[in-house]
Design a protein. Structure first.
Length: 204
């Protein structure tokens, strides 16, 4: 079974992604790092229940990789927004057998942290980018455990797209989380609602 690992706010710049996070939730993400394989960088924010948020963008200080970047960031345009959701698993090879058309497993490291993700060859996740990215951590302290948790508790994550019913059916055998709901909509989008000390806050 897969479990919800984290959500990602993308921006044309990392500053835009981080500012959108802070404006929506009232808390700025903290330091992150660089992903040299894909030429991106991020900032991180710990959430309740072992989840975390990643603000991510292309890193202009790094050379452009000779292959598409992950998360469809080469195509990202417009205001920063909640753009991806990521599920973790214990066996990325089994996940790839479950979804053989999803892409290739890519092993990555940063400092003492290592992980493997399934990344489509063109960097674009299916279902208008709303099929979840799949990750396996190879560390006892992934960000969801290592980051200090802000008082932001996810109430629900709405995944909206034209083929929401098909997406839900595909994930049904391997993923179940009452906080995640699928809705049919003409325009693909993600929306996360959090319980906070200042009431509910919405991140789109």
């Amino acid at each position: 079974m897969f479990e919800l690992d984290h959500i990602a706010v993308a921006g044309e710049t990392l500053t835009a992604a981080a500012q959108h996070t802070e404006q929506s939730l009232g808390i700025a993400p903290g330091p992150g790092g660089q992903h040299t394989h894909y030429g991106t960088h991020n900032q991180l924010l710990g959430l309740a229940d072992g989840l975390y948020l990643e603000a991510i963008a292309i890193d202009p200080s790094q050379p452009e990789p000779p292959y598409p970047r992950w998360f469809g960031l080469d195509d990202f345009k417009g205001p920063a927004r909640l753009d991806k959701w990521i599920l973790r698993c214990d066996d990325i090879n089994a996940a790839l057998q479950q979804f053989p058309d999803l892409g290739d497993s890519v092993h990555l490291t940063r400092g003492s942290v290592s992980w493997t993700m399934i990344v489509p060859p063109d960097g674009r996740l299916p279902f208008d980018g709303l099929f979840p990215a799949l990750i396996q951590w190879h560390t006892d302290s992934p960000p969801g455990k290592a980051l200090p948790a802000a008082r932001l508790e996810l109430q629900w994550l709405t995944v909206a797209c034209p083929a929401a019913e098909e997406l839900s059916s595909l994930l049904g055998p391997v993923f179940s989380d009452t906080r995640v709901v699928f809705e049919s909509a003409e325009t693909p989008s993600l929306e996360a609602v959090f319980d906070t000390p200042d009431g509910q806050k919405v991140l789109r």
